[in-house]
Design a protein around this ligand. Sequence first.
Ligand code: PLP
Length: 438
Amino acid sequence: MPQFGFSTQQVHGGVAEQREHGARVAPLHLSAGFVFDDFDQAQGRFAGEVDGYSYTRLGNPTTAATERRIALLEGGAEALLVGTGQAAVTVAVLALLQAGDHLVSMNSIYEGSRNLFVQNFGRLGITVSFVEDAGDLQQWADAIRPNTRLLFGETIPNPKNDLLDVARVAEVAHAHGLPLVVDNTLATPYLLRPIEYGADVVVHSASKFLAGHGTALGGAIVDAGTFDWAASERPSAALVERDALTGGPSFVERHGRRAFMAYARDVVAARLGPAPAPFNAFLIQQGIETLSLRVDRQSASALAVARWLETREEVESVDYAGLDSSPYAELARRTLPRGQGSVFAFTLRGGLPAARRFCEAAQLFSHMTHLGDVRSLILHPASTTHAHRTEQQLRDGGIGPGLLRLSIGVEDVADLVADLEHCFASLPQDAPALAVVS
Ligand SMILES: *Cc1c(COP(=O)(O)O)cnc(C)c1O
């Protein structure tokens, strides 16, 4: 469906090739395995020479329909759905790096990814360098070493909204023969398609905006299908070396520009086993059908709430890329014209005591960790998602004791503002005067 717009594709894209019994919605195939028609078909499926399904860890028609839809919406060649966003990051990186390899990441990525790189990959002999100022291209270039295998960034990092300039970082990556992997969870392909700006691989937590309903976890890896893995001057061993299992031709020799996805799917995901439940793949597919509608509403409401928060004297600052006051306003206007998403932070002058009261006073906002839900959410990062960080790291990251993260849902914006008014009213009236700003 080449010529249709985004909202048409999110509903019609990737539908099953065969429509069983005329079912209009892609059916849910809750089956661990799939019966072979005959001996030769079984052999052919195992050899990867005959299309079709054999076992749900390796592929499932419901999951495949969701994968086709996500690939289409991101403008990629192919997608792989896995059980969570963390699994998507894990599989993407482990398809390209092995012990002794190195990656360069922006510093403000999702804490779970950051901790995965440091704590888990560190134990596997994979090292990471974090770029402090992702807008400074020299820092990216300086961090690249002979054993670097990829650059990693996020389109809209949370909670500070310090946007990544995908096009410029992709240029640095490609100048060094490296792929750029971008986590596009908070922008969604409706607001920004990193592949159009030069990213080679896109990852998602489908648990967030793609699903939207907050009922299922999932993760996706999308391959642009354009990176020349064979020509890279810093090639990934798993793709260019002889196949470790068969001793035969490498993945690049067998699959060309599909080498990354073939290895990620058939070796990394198939063996480590983060297959999504088909039921969750089905739920994510249902969520995607309303993605543009939700993200339009959520972005507009987030902008309204952010502007209103800027007028409150109890608020020291608001970090939302959609505001003119944001250092990323110009980049946002250029690359996020449809909206700037619905996850952002604001800092209360009253510090930790004010933040505690504010969270506990919320009634319509749910006090929980999750993002991109149809319901509005509030969280205090310094004591939760970022609690393991040192005081210095928190200060460097701009995550003060009074900072609160919001994820704006699809509720009426007047009701959201009323709930926040009520939270402000719960603060001690002299809170601004008592401010202890670190
Ligand atoms: C939530 C999130 C993840 C991890 O996804 P899970 O589905 O929770 O495993 C990764 N990246 C970003 C940007 C996220 O918000």
